[in-house]
Every structure is written in structure tokens, then in C-alpha cells.
Design a protein around this ligand. Sequence first.
Ligand code: PMP
Length: 365
Amino acid sequence: MPTFTHRIYNFNAGPAMLPTEVMEEAKSEFLNFKGTGMSVMEMSHREKHFQTILDESIADLRELLNIPSRYAVVYFPGGATLQFSAIPFNYLSSGESADFALTGVWAKKAFEEAKKFYPNVKSIFNGADSKYMELPTITDASVNDGAKYVYITSNNTIYGTRYKTFPKLKKAPLIADMTSELLSRKLNIEDFSVLFAGAQKNIGPSGLTLVIYDKDNLPQLSHPIPNLMNFSLMEKNGSLYNTPPTYSIYIAGLVFKYLKRKGGLAVMEETNERKAKKLYEAIDSSSLFYAPVPEAFRSAMNVVFRSHNDSLDPKFLKLAEEQGFAGLKGYRDVGGFRASIYNAMPEEGVDALISFIKEFERTNG
Ligand code: PMP
């Protein structure tokens, strides 16, 4: 592994690059937060400084996403994976069912977890048929009678696919895992009953998860729900039922303020689309590399590409690492390459990667 004296272009899928500006801000108040004489990490979660951090972070997020007041915004521990269990517990009673679109590893994990407790849940789409390169068009006709919700993974981190538009359903509410794209594009929150995201891509440190849900659509169920998965308990306690990941919430708050300063999600979306478009164009026009995902389903966050000559893959990765392009190796079961270009990846990082790809092709193609 090469060593660097500067920050490099980090294309990891998550934990991923955070904005340098945010890291500098955190650094400047690391030992002494706003004259308190202590780090946020050392502060009581019941104390007013932390309460202000928490309240401001939620207010800023509401503003960024234009979240209607009937939606709760709650921080959970346990990563996005905890929600694979929490959602069925909060939305299904014994014997009930829900529909899952199996568009990748994370959707399958969510489905398998729900199935353990609610064996009637159903798959309405099996992405294995297209090696997970395609996504379904979900309409009311796709929804099984009695389904309490339809579950999707909005951006499939591993395969590099995303829904360009979201299903609009009357028959069942939509629940979305938005871990790898929340805050990267504009959204209409009212298209969803629940959306959630693990923080480690566009929000902050891993282990923290944001859940946004429509309170009017949360069923009153009679079975017990484990406390740390209980939506209404966590909401009533203002994300402070137990000691939350305080420092991670602080960093998330700094990220939200940074996004507001940059002009909000419309600006993020425009920049992200431009970054992704130029990277896909460079790959599409290459004779050595290609992008396997059909254009209609291509993610703007995780750009998956492969080489026509995979014997060159180790060389490409080694050179990339030496030159300060980290995290380009594809997911272990998928192979090839993946450049994760979340909000924090500057456009210059994408430009530099494109030049690197072109130069590699020129000397090895
Ligand atoms: N869903 C998606 C879309 C993901 O990309 C990931 C992790 N990369 C997860 C869920 C799981 O997240 P966690 O490790 O925080 O549980």
C-alpha cells in the first residue's frame, strides 16, 4: 500500500469519502467544542449542547429534503441492516405479507430477514435473471393482494443500478432502502411510507441510520417489538431512547449544513448527474473498458465497469492505488471495477479518474 501525505480520491463504496470541508470543521473543534472544553465525543447526550446538535441536524435535514411534518425523522443505531428486521416488525402482523423487489444483495438480505419472521412475504421481481443488471417497472398490477407494503432498494450499491423514477402505487405503500443515494438527488418524500439510509455513503460515519417515516401510516400492532427497533418508541424519545452514536450524529449534522451551503439537493443532483455522465461516456467510448448496466438503470453513485481483458485488472488496480485512486475494486462476487462517486467526490476527482482510465487504455489497450 502506498503512503500519502495528502488526501486522495477515495472511490470506496462505504464507508466512503466525506467532504474535506466537514472533516476540517470537525478537526477544528475536536478537542474543544464551542468553548465547552470538551469534544462532542465526550459530551452527555442529555446535555443541551448535544441536544442542539441533534435538533439542528434534524431541522437541516427536513429543510434539505422538504420533509412534511407528518413524517418522523429518527436516528437509529445498528446500520442499515437493523432496518431489514425493524421494518417487518413495525409493519407486519403474524401471517401478513409484503412484496419485495429482489434487485441485489441488499434487497435479498432484507427479504430473507423479513421471511424469517413473516414467512408469507413474497418476491415480485428476481434480478438474478439479468445478473442484477436490470430493475423492474413496478405498478399496481405487480402488487400481490394483501401486501402491506412494497419494498425496494432504490440504488443497488454493488451492481450499480438505480430507479430513475419511483413507482407510484395505490395498492400498497412504498418502503425504500436509500442507503447509497439519499441526499444525492431531489426526492418527493410523499412517494414513500418509509425510507431509510445507513450513513456511511452520503451522510457520515457508519453504524448510524436515518429513518424517515409517515407517522399516519405506521400501524398499531399488538405484538411486542424490540425497543431499539420500535419506530414509535424511538420517535417519542427523540432518537434518545438510549445513548445514540453521538459523534456520528454530530458529523451528519455538519454534512447537512455543508449541503445547505452548497445549494441543497438540486445542486447535488445536477453535479452528480454531470459527474456520472462524463464517467459513463469515457467508459462507453473506451475499447478496453465497458459498463455492463443498461443506460436506463445506471446509478449515478456507483459506476460499475469492467475490462474486456481481465488479465489486466490487477495491473489497473495496482497503478490506480499508486496514483491515489483508492477503492476501485468491484464487489467481491461481481469482480471488475466500481467507482463510487458520492456527493463528497469532487468533480476534479472524476476528471482525474477519466484521465487515468484513458492513459491506461493508451498504454495497455
Ligand atoms: N443497503 C444498501 C443499499 C447498502 O449499500 C448497504 C451497505 N453498503 C446496506 C444496506 C447495509 O448497510 P450496513 O452495513 O450499514 O448495515
